[in-house]
Ligand binder design. Sequence first.
Ligand SMILES: NC(=O)c1ccc[n+]([C@@H]2O[C@H](COP(=O)([O-])OP(=O)(O)OC[C@H]3O[C@@H](n4cnc5c(N)ncnc54)[C@H](OP(=O)(O)O)[C@@H]3O)[C@@H](O)[C@H]2O)c1
Length: 247
Amino acid sequence: MGSLRVLGGPYTRPPVAPLSRTGPVAVVGASGSLGFGLAIRLARTGVPIAIGSRDPERAVQTATRAAAAIPDGSFAAYDNAGAVRAAGAVILSVPFRNQSETLATLRDALRPGQLLIDATVPLAAAVGGRATRMLGVWQGSAAEQAAEMAPAGVRVVSALHTVSATKLNDLDRVLDEDVLVCGDARADKREAALLIERIEGLRCVDCGRLEMSRTAESLTALLIGVNARYKVHAGVRLAGLCDPSWE
Ligand SMILES: NC(=O)c1ccc[n+]([C@@H]2O[C@H](COP(=O)([O-])OP(=O)(O)OC[C@H]3O[C@@H](n4cnc5c(N)ncnc54)[C@H](OP(=O)(O)O)[C@@H]3O)[C@@H](O)[C@H]2O)c1
């Protein structure tokens, strides 16, 4: 499909870190809670966003909603494949039950060298179970399933599982938490971290290889239980780490 570009005036806030890739960041699932929150938070830091949806009309509506939230942001609306083609990096933010079919439809759009940041959490709620329980994933984690399904050469990193969409969407809310980043190549994790850390208050921690994503993903189930008990939107903060460097 063609794209709708919703552009505001020049962005005033100085960039936190230079963007390492040209082109926008695609958010697949941007009409959802997490995807929308990430889209507007990143756009607020000057990152151009390619809004992806299965439904082009919903992508347009989402881009319009995002532009209303961030008038200086740059949002373009596409179907999911169009967003991925337009982007340097891709954030995958869809329910676990739809992760594999979404990746299957993106097979021809994803290209070698592209960075894919997977935020999927395989909660049992995906199959009618409890949100405080995890599903077993044959590959070990949702991220490893993504890596298996993505075309060869796509660089898969997992992150953002423990960041509350509610907090991201409330732009007045000050964030102050860690983002657990897993991946098989340090350079890929660094690239994801430099992007994510543009969002003020998010600190990325290198949590090891992609196989560690199983642990990072399962923390979401734990946090959902904590949130229900304490009526909060808790995140994680690792103690004893002073300014972990990505250099
Ligand atoms: N919500 C949170 O606080 C949070 C935090 C961390 C991680 N996560 C994880 O991030 C992912 C997204 O969470 P969410 O809460 O944003 O989910 P969501 O709002 O339920 O869905 C996100 C988007 O996925 C797309 N989608 C829905 N059904 C689909 C289907 N059958 N096939 C393909 N795409 C479909 C929809 O976009 P279109 O209809 O526009 O295509 C939808 O807006 C999940 O894996 C979740 O576990 C969520």
